[in-house]
Design a protein around this ligand. Sequence first.
Ligand SMILES: Cc1ncc(COP(=O)(O)O)c(C=O)c1O
Length: 348
Amino acid sequence: MKSLSSFPRRIYVTEPTPLQPAPRLSRLLGGPQIYIKRDDLLPGAGGGNKTRKLEFSIGDALAQGADTLITSGAIQSNHCRLTLSWARVEGLECHLVLLEPVPGAFDPEAGGNNFLYQLLGADSLRIVSGRGQAAPAMEQLARECRARGRNPYLIPVGGSNAVGATGYAACALELIAQLRQQDLQVDHLVVPSGSAGTQAGLLAGLWGAGSSLPVTGVNVSRGREPQERSVYELALQTVSRLGVESPLPRESVDCNGDYVGPGYALPTPEMMEAVGLVARSEGILLDPVYTGKAMAGTIDLIRKGVFRKGQKVVFIHTGGSPALYVHMDAFRRRFPPPPASDSAGKKR
Ligand SMILES: Cc1ncc(COP(=O)(O)O)c(C=O)c1O
């Protein structure tokens, strides 16, 4: 495998994210020992996985002399928030193409990431409906930027191409080193799987480093077949970019589609349970769209005995907590407020 220093890269991750045991959660579930890799604590406004991808995507953009970033994501996109956050650090213009799940779903006054686009000063938002619309809308924006004399660089949805996925190959190397330092032998990794770059990059990095650690992706939007196809395709491209000679075996791609529920970003009772359980046992905030569903999957796989007592499982916490505040009403109904009183004991 090539040295990662041979690729254009900006250094945003200055130290490994913690790999920490979750003893109370593990005890409550009565299964394997769970460890959490805290990529939610990565730098960049609000934290989360995209910072690793953006080290390489923005590194590539700057190597090409870009002065403007254009990217795309869902209306509540962590990827758009973090691209914008690093664009501010780099002094780049940043334009966002936001995909509405249904026409009219975009609410300029929504909270969560949507509010943060405003606070971080996005240069423009373009709202489109339908997945096929993102790429043409980004191209159109690029033409408009060029007409103004700018040099735009396009980052695909979720930063999920071989350039971005290289960031998660870097994470795989970081994790392998951490496991060695902590003298930990783990049996399984679990990661949320959306636009595929995180899982594909991890698989490519592990394969390139000669590790056979199994990875389960828990899908957030699609069923097993289409998700495995896109993860495998991107993992192969990433393996090739990394200069690894032997092709990644197809069997190493495992994407579980059982926990998507009614659809992308739509809450499930199991997600709500998982978010509450992790918050209350470990003081860690998951998110409703990605890590909440991935943890719901992990819990179910423990209950079904797929992950067993005596094993060690690493859960990659990819971030996303700003989206909690978009679903506050549902969480409040599920987790009623604690009793409150004034200093005289009068109920408030
Ligand atoms: C918080 C969070 N976790 C996980 C993912 C999934 O990563 P990927 O899109 O690389 O599959 C995303 C993607 O947007 C995310 O924002």
